[in-house]
Design a protein around this ligand. Structure first.
Ligand code: C5P
Length: 226
């Protein structure tokens, strides 16, 4: 079979990560979490005491970043300089500061170059890849065989993230989550458009869909050649 790339973008809380992983598993291809790469860079820059607003210093760190990222949907271990940071890069401390590195255009150029390499390698070694992020359908892999934007209403995204982060979706937890994700999406939107599907990109609104239904909706698009 010819290799396939399934490019999936979407905002935080859209469910795209867990859905993308499940789709990769079902299709028997690799999985690339590009957000984890930006998070790993933020982690490393902070670990080295860099000021994340120092554009030149962070761009140099991106070039030097000793990153290893697992692309097996069942082993997505992320290592920086040999240290396993898989859990650490999910901390609120990182989520709240990652946009500062992701809006650095030199950083984006360097990580994009690495992402394209990883995609090429996965196509060669594993018959394809489900690559997810904010700019995969538009910038990293605009020629992907399949391009999908996974969205959900702000309400649905907040409820999912709140449950994921805080184990519940009560009023107070929702408010705390809203501050975090609304600000991050707003900052991220200054460099990538991931709320509206670009030309030729299929939009899937998962607001009313269960996890299984969301996975099936993506598989249906892939099957139909979208
Ligand atoms: O997907 P996730 O929430 O883990 O992404 C973390 C951050 O990485 C995003 O908030 C965004 O700043 C950045 N990102 C990006 N482009 C991508 C994927 C992630 O700018 N393709």
């Amino acid at each position: 079979d010819a290799p396939i790339t399934v490019a999936i973008d979407g905002p935080s809380g859209s469910g795209k990560s867990s859905v993308s992983k499940a789709v990769a598993r079902t299709l028997g291809v690799a999985y690339l979490d590009t957000g984890a790469m930006y998070r790993a860079l933020a982690w490393w820059a902070l670990d080295r005491g860099l000021d994340l607003t120092d554009q030149a210093a962070v761009a140099r760190a991106a070039h030097d970043l000793p990153l290893e990222i697992g692309t097996d949907p069942d082993d997505v271990t992320v290592r920086v300089d040999g240290t396993d940071v898989t859990e650490a890069i999910r901390q609120t401390r990182i989520s709240s500061q990652v946009s500062a590195v992701a809006t650095n255009l030199d950083v984006r150029a360097e990580l994009r170059r690495r992402q394209r390499e990883l995609i090429e390698q996965a196509r060669h070694d594993h018959g394809g890849v489900v690559a997810e992020g904010r700019d995969i359908t538009t910038v990293v892999a605009p020629d992907a065989e399949h391009r999908i934007l996974v969205t959900a209403s702000e309400e649905a995204r907040l409820a999912r993230r709140s449950t994921e982060l805080h184990g519940g979706a009560g009023a107070e937890l929702l408010a705390a989550t809203r501050d975090q994700i609304v600000r991050r999406d707003r900052d991220d939107s200054t460099v990538s458009a991931f709320f509206v599907p670009a030309d030729g990109v299929v939009g899937i609104d998962t607001s009313e869909l269960s996890f299984e239904e969301s996975v099936q909706a993506v598989l249906d698009v892939v099957q139909a050649g979208g």
